[in-house]
Design a protein around this ligand. Structure first.
Ligand SMILES: NC(=O)c1ccc[n+]([C@@H]2O[C@H](COP(=O)([O-])OP(=O)(O)OC[C@H]3O[C@@H](n4cnc5c(N)ncnc54)[C@H](OP(=O)(O)O)[C@@H]3O)[C@@H](O)[C@H]2O)c1
Length: 366
């Protein structure tokens, strides 16, 4: 097998996402992996689809808590076909449709398979780092499943303990994990209110299952995020929501905190509004929440670091993974994909994600 392919390389951390997109990321020729150097439990995958994730963006500027060492190939997750399997691979064979597990392979993993990101024609994974693609899924959906759904599963089920009949406010709901949060919250039987900044994207989120949508864009002539706590209360019989799933932070996060019912639960998922344009870990502007509101409203505020927790407690992650895979197999979870690009158009793809054009998942097809 000597088919050549291509891969994207990030040679060093970028000073800004724009620099990574415009000048640092490069497309290179890639040989088929030399199987004489691979282990007996290794598998070579011909990548069909790979996601352009938010975490890929912040990893490129060194702003994520877990970084791959450059030079590396980005691409947290991928799906494709097995094209070679080592002699001790008993669970997979050439032709099988597989998707990668971000904890075991690719830039979010630790160890030998970290540099095999998905933005490439071929990837190498250990046999335990791949899962069968759910039967009803295409490759684009398959590489949009695990990180996006395990994140809200962990946040809503394990942390917030969201119950049927409760209400949840999801910020940044048009995102890849945000759309997944909407689907999981509906599956759990909750009433779902979402925020976003684009009427068009919010219409898509509503069609996907949200019960109420709130546009948090600034009102003309006024600075900042408009108050929306009254709207949330109007949607919840005057009480406020039981749970907030916050992936935006900043002013949206603070307004979401004020939209909670007495005794409500606030789950911190991320702070997409608060990531600076220039890179480096030290560039982080800490997200802030007022303790007086937490105190007076008797709130529970909880962190929800899905990947960190999964790395720390692999046995608990196994149950989470099993549930997400089971729901996917039953067709209860269907990742939403708005943008698809050939690998050679990676700059347009990463730019679309960075500029917020995407709803749900953005895909590269090597
Ligand atoms: N806790 C965990 O384990 C975990 C795991 C994965 C990801 N995350 C975090 O979750 C967040 C979302 O991830 P994702 O994959 O869904 O990202 P994504 O696909 O890029 O979506 C983020 C969404 O946030 C909104 N947003 C972005 N910038 C904003 C701003 N300045 N102000 C207000 N809203 C803004 C956008 O919605 P609109 O354009 O519609 O406003 C966008 O659709 C990120 O912060 C990420 O780090 C956490």
């Amino acid at each position: 097998m000597n088919d050549t392919g291509r891969k994207i390389i990030l040679p060093r951390y970028a000073d800004s996402p724009g620099q990574a997109i415009d000048s640092l990321l490069t497309l290179q020729e890639m040989d088929f992996p030399d199987v004489s150097e691979l282990g007996s439990t290794d598998v070579v995958v011909a990548v069909k689809s790979t996601s352009v994730a938010y975490v890929d963006l912040i990893m490129m500027t060194g702003q994520y808590q877990h970084m791959a060492d450059p030079p590396y190939t980005p691409g947290l997750e991928y799906s494709g076909e097995v094209v070679w399997a080592g002699s001790d691979v008993d669970n997979l064979k050439p032709g099988d449709r597989v998707m990668s597990d971000f904890m075991a392979v690719g830039p979010r993993s630790k160890g030998d398979y970290q540099h095999y990101g998905g933005w490439a024609s071929y990837a190498v994974a250990p046999k335990h780092g791949l899962h069968p693609v759910p039967q009803q899924y295409d490759f684009d959906e398959a590489c949009s499943l695990l990180v996006n759904y395990e994140t809200p599963y962990f946040a809503l089920v394990k942390r917030a303990d969201l119950q049927p009949g409760e209400s949840v406010l999801i910020t940044g709901a048009s995102g890849a994990a945000g759309m997944a949060a909407v689907q999981i919250a509906k599956l759990l039987g909750a009433s779902v209110i979402v925020t976003g900044r684009s009427d068009a994207k919010l219409a898509t989120v509503k069609a996907y299952g949200a019960d109420h949508v709130i546009n948090t864009s600034s009102i003309e002539g006024q600075d900042g995020v408009p108050r929306f706590r009254e709207t949330v209360k109007a949607c919840t019989g005057g009480n406020g929501v039981d749970v907030v799933y916050d992936s935006v932070g900043g002013e949206v996060g603070q307004e979401a905190l004020r939209s909670l019912a007495f005794g409500g639960r606030y789950v911190i998922v991320g702070w997409a509004s608060n990531v600076p344009d220039s890179g480096g870990r030290a560039a982080f502007a800490p997200d802030r929440l007022p303790t007086n509101i937490m105190q007076m409203k008797c709130l529970q505020v909880m962190g929800s670091p899905m990947a960190i927790y999964s790395q720390r407690y692999p046995e608990l992650r196994a149950a989470q993974l099993q549930q997400v895979l089971a729901w996917a197999e039953e067709g209860k979870l269907r990742p939403y994909v708005s943008h698809r690009f050939p690998l050679a158009d990676f700059r347009e793809a990463v730019r679309a994600k960075f500029d917020g054009d995407v709803t749900g998942s953005c895909i590269l097809n090597p």
